[in-house]
Design a protein around this ligand. Structure first.
Ligand SMILES: [Zn+2]
Length: 497
């Protein structure tokens, strides 16, 4: 389904074929104009939905929609289930739809038809799949993943292999493509719209790295790198905690490093100790190095002629280019993402072949992480952030084959004692405008502190579903935490203060 069709579907209109796309753009625009106000869409983003059911009717948290497996699809299915549990992703996808919507409208007004060609195929498919998976149901239901598979095949213009693929590689591919589509829409979008709709990519975090020389105690320049998924190596031990793995990931010893500061200092000490009969050219180089030394880092960029001089310096058994030291890499998030996906790498070489590392990794439901802003002076400012676990993907089997399943947190379902309605307080993908109502009661409750909403016992006692393709069952927290041997990917979301 194209975004145009998705948008039309939003208003309960029939699907259009791909050939009718131009007509679809025009229709979508006019329908949008007919919609009374932009505010309505914003309420929709809050995604508060009322489900009109009686208190005595069947339970709404017992089942969630499963996805059928056409053979080796468990890596796709478990990843999509995890994505559908992410509230910030839902908010982001709704923002993306709005931004697209507004952009098409503006392009049409300006009769700029080239700008209507800003389709985000993967966003469209993900909206559709996540929307289906978020629907509350009271009896088992199964959908197909064929739409997302076909979109990916169209995007990459190649068939997705029918073999068992790796869930983390699949997620990495999805995230990279979503980010590219986000950039394209941003480039096309008008600044006036971007002021109102942020549409920031929720997976983007920034890692800062620097290196410290154990011999001269000098540092490197700080390198910053954007990151969508955190790759963590599981140690070859019987058990360890996620926090230990995270702490260890922040430091690494690197041997045999050519530290520029150590090399220049050794050269200058050698020159000071032995009064060599240097020519003018050499004296000039030495003077320049002396001047540079106070501001030199272990990997500074210096002029090529000085690098060449250091590389070829060989006097009185002082050969700086042969000097090797040990350095420590230190890395930390300088900007933590709203959605933190971690991949626990369990591949290890056992001396003969690659094997699976079965270390038992304990993981918390609330994870505290530090955002560290590293200054060039080596000092850093820390800010603590809290994350809550939304989904976990487990992997059973060997390094070469196995099965992926997803633990997905149930949505925030509560019961309104007064009007006897179930309310899903979690944001959901915008579906049809007439389904969405702004529940002002929730606001009133916040103001007066009246306890009108009752938590649902089974959401509390069994807060997760375990989903294996088309099979779904409710599980307690203890079942989830007993999976420490199989935990493979963790999906956390930031808690706002
Ligand atoms: Zn050094």
């Amino acid at each position: 389904m194209s975004l145009i069709n998705y948008v039309l579907n939003l208003f309960g209109l029939k699907k259009l074929t791909y050939k009718q796309l131009t007509y679809g753009v025009l229709s979508a625009t006019s329908i949008y104009i007919l919609y009374p106000s932009f505010k309505g869409i914003l309420f929709a983003i809050l995604g508060i939905k009322l489900i009109k059911v009686d208190i005595d009717s069947e339970r709404w948290d017992k089942y969630t929609t499963g996805i059928s497996n056409r053979g080796n699809d468990c890596y796709i299915n478990s990843s999509l289930q995890a994505f559908s549990a992410l509230e910030y992703l839902t908010i982001y996808l709704n923002e993306y739809i709005q931004l697209f919507f507004k952009q098409v409208e503006i392009a049409e007004e300006a009769e700029n038809h080239s700008k209507t060609n800003i389709r985000g195929l993967l966003h469209e498919s993900l909206c559709s799949v996540c929307g289906d998976l978020q629907k509350l149901i009271c009896q088992p239901k199964v959908i197909s993943n064929v739409q997302i598979v076909q979109s990916l095949e169209r995007i990459f213009q190649s068939k997705i292999s029918r073999d068992q693929n790796d869930a983390h590689e699949f997620v990495q591919m999805l995230l990279q493509r979503l980010c590219e589509e986000n950039k394209i829409l941003y480039e096309y979008s008008d600044n006036r719209i971007l002021k109102n709709i942020k549409c920031d990519f929720p997976f983007k975090g920034t890692i800062s790295r620097h290196y410290f020389c154990m011999s001269c105690h000098k540092r490197s320049k700080i390198q910053k790198q954007d990151q969508f998924m955190w790759e963590l190596n599981v140690p070859q031990r019987y058990e360890c905690s996620l926090q230990e793995i995270i702490e260890n990931d922040g430091y690494e010893m690197i041997q045999d490093y050519s530290c520029l500061y150590c090399q220049v200092s050794a050269l200058l000490v050698n020159e000071a100790n032995y009064n060599f009969n240097n020519d003018d050219f050499e004296n000039k180089n030495i003077c320049q190095l002396k001047a540079l030394l106070p501001i030199l880092k272990i990997n500074s960029d210096i002029p090529n002629h000085l690098l060449y001089y250091i590389k070829n310096y060989d006097k009185n058994r002082c050969v700086p280019s042969k000097m090797k030291t040990t350095i420590v890499r230190r890395s930390a998030f300088s900007k933590l993402p709203k959605i933190l996906i971690m991949h626990l790498s369990r591949s290890m070489y056992n001396g003969m072949v690659m094997a699976r590392n079965s270390c038992r990794v304990t993981f918390p439901e609330i994870l505290e992480l530090n955002q560290q802003n590293l200054g060039e002076d080596g000092n850093f400012q820390m800010k603590k952030m809290k994350y809550s676990l939304k989904a976990m993907v487990k992997h059973t089997g060997s390094h070469y084959q196995g099965h992926y399943q997803c633990y997905k947190q149930k949505p925030k379902l509560v019961f309104n004692n007064q009007n006897k309605q179930f309310i899903n307080k979690a944001p959901t993908i915008i579906e049809r405008i007439d389904d969405i109502q702004n529940n002002k009661d929730i606001e009133k409750t916040k103001i007066h502190g009246i306890k009108k909403f009752k938590t649902i016992k089974t959401v509390k006692s069994s807060p997760f579903w375990l989903i294996s393709d088309d099979k779904v069952k409710e599980v307690k927290n203890s079942t989830l935490h007993n999976e420490n041997k199989y935990v493979y990917m963790l999906y956390y979301e930031i808690q706002l203060e």
